[in-house]
Write a protein that binds this ligand. Structure first.
Ligand code: JBE
Length: 241
């Protein structure tokens, strides 16, 4: 998968050299490009923001640098000349935004099947609305929200999305079985896990896990998943009415 990120803080994404995703990049499973929005400015001061039309607090990111940066990644075909990009298979342009669709495991799975994702990290009070409007005429654009809280910009949200999406790309996580058993994949939270020693600070591992009875262990784990989900995240359970 090809992933491009446009940001005014490219160093933020240095951590993607680490861990599983770093390995996936080295092996070519993920091809990552991080682009500094300031490199696409045309004025002497490299300004990326300006005051909002209509007044109000804060600054708005200017359309021109975004247009230049995104055209360099997506190509600069005029809307009418780019019907192919509208079809499945063209890049998806994603803007993290509290005003977007909620990011979920299901969305991560969908996006992990794509060939090319482009993330635009907004800062300040947002990006000139015409950037989203323009690229929506040319291809697939999505506003996606990590959650209902205020971040200073899209960088941290993009990092979380890339981690969730990247680990679903075949080959990135060494043992595919570990993907299936995780929280949210079957709609329930994970069961609690234990390892040696069997006794620690007066706390014992549940005896069923030491029994060697695989049927009993599966049943116990399932019960734990249901009990935990009912207690912590009842909203995840199917409604009975
Ligand atoms: O969730 N998000 O994607 C955000 C983006 C920017 C600012 N706050 C957010 N919650």
């Amino acid at each position: 998968m090809r992933i491009d990120i446009v940001t005014i803080f490219p160093e933020f994404f240095d951590v993607l050299d680490l861990s599983l995703l770093g390995k996936a990049r080295q092996s070519g499973l993920i091809d990552l490009g991080v682009h500094n929005l300031r490199d696409s400015t045309i004025d002497r001061h490299h300004s990326v923001d300006d005051t909002p039309y209509g007044g109000g607090a804060g600054m708005v990111m200017k359309a021109e640098p975004w247009g230049a940066a995104l055209d360099a990644i997506l190509g600069s075909d005029a809307p009418a000349a780019a019907p192919a990009a509208q079809a499945e298979g063209g890049p998806i342009l994603i803007f993290p935004s509290p005003a977007g669709d909620q990011f979920t495991q299901a969305m991560a799975r969908e996006l992990s099947l794509e060939q090319h994702l482009v993330f635009g990290c907004g800062r300040y009070e947002g990006i000139d609305q015409r950037v989203v409007d323009h690229y929506s005429q040319r291809g697939r654009v999505r506003l996606v929200s990590l959650g209902d809280y205020v971040l200073n910009g899209g960088e941290v949200a993009v990092m979380a999305m890339i981690e969730a999406i990247g680990r679903l790309i075949p080959g990135v996580v060494g043992n595919p079985a570990s993907l299936v058993e995780e929280s949210h994949e079957d709609g329930l939270l994970e069961y609690p896990s234990y390892t040696k020693p069997a006794s620690w600070r007066g706390l014992e591992v549940p005896p069923v896990l030491l029994s060697g009875n695989h049927g009993a262990i599966s049943t116990w784990r399932r019960q734990q998943q249901i009990e935990r989900t009912e207690r912590v995240r009842p909203d995840l359970l199917p409604r009975t009415i």
